[in-house]
Write a protein that binds this ligand. Sequence first.
Ligand code: F6R
Length: 248
Amino acid sequence: LHNVIFQNSEEGSKEIAREISNLVRTKQQKEENCVLGLATGSSPLKIYEELIRMHREEDLSFSNVVFFNLDEYFPIDPDDSQSYHHFMAENLFKYIDVKEENIHIPDGNISYEELHDYCNNYENRIQKLGGIDFQLLGIGRSGHIGFNEPGSHLNSQTRIITLDHITRSDAISAFTSLEKVPRKAITMGINTILQAKRIVLMAWGRNKAKIVKKAIEGEISSNIPATYLQHHQNTTVVLDKAASSELT
Ligand code: F6R
């Protein structure tokens, strides 16, 4: 795994936004679609701000971009203020020229009966478009990428999972109490993620330093699903100083 350390998250986020915008523009010139895999949470916020700024000030268009989000709580209504549907609309999609049909976020409202086919279909849609060109990832303190919690298999695909206790407790402030944090989620699998042509994992702040060290320097293991990224040939880990502080 290749890692780059920036003085702070602003600089790291701008660099990632620059890479994304270059890819989108290059694909546009070739009249090709660009398939972007995106994450929610606090880590990507400054990247989305920068992409919106580039859309407004630098003519960056997303009309050729197809978006696939990593995950969504389950069950949750897309209109719920804590849903990742809501998050993506409020922090990115509302402000750019994305076509509604090019937005894909797992549906946290799907019935258990439909779930299996729904997840297969999510995979198929990615495949049909030729796979993910660029996948953005955060990392949870449990070691998850997407919501692939400890125990996730290397060959896992889009599916329903049970959230780790650390993940649920980190979500308390958003949901106001542990009881209200959903117990499950739908997530792209490890295999889905590793098939992306390019992966950038970002982590900011001191409270990610321990898990970042394990992910980068630890043995590859399902106990820390982020270690699976060590199998991928084109992944860069982008850190600020604080998140890199435990690295040897
Ligand atoms: C969210 C996702 C998660 C987060 C991770 C870090 O779509 O896939 O893996 O990236 O939990 O969350 P933040 O950025 O809030 O620290």
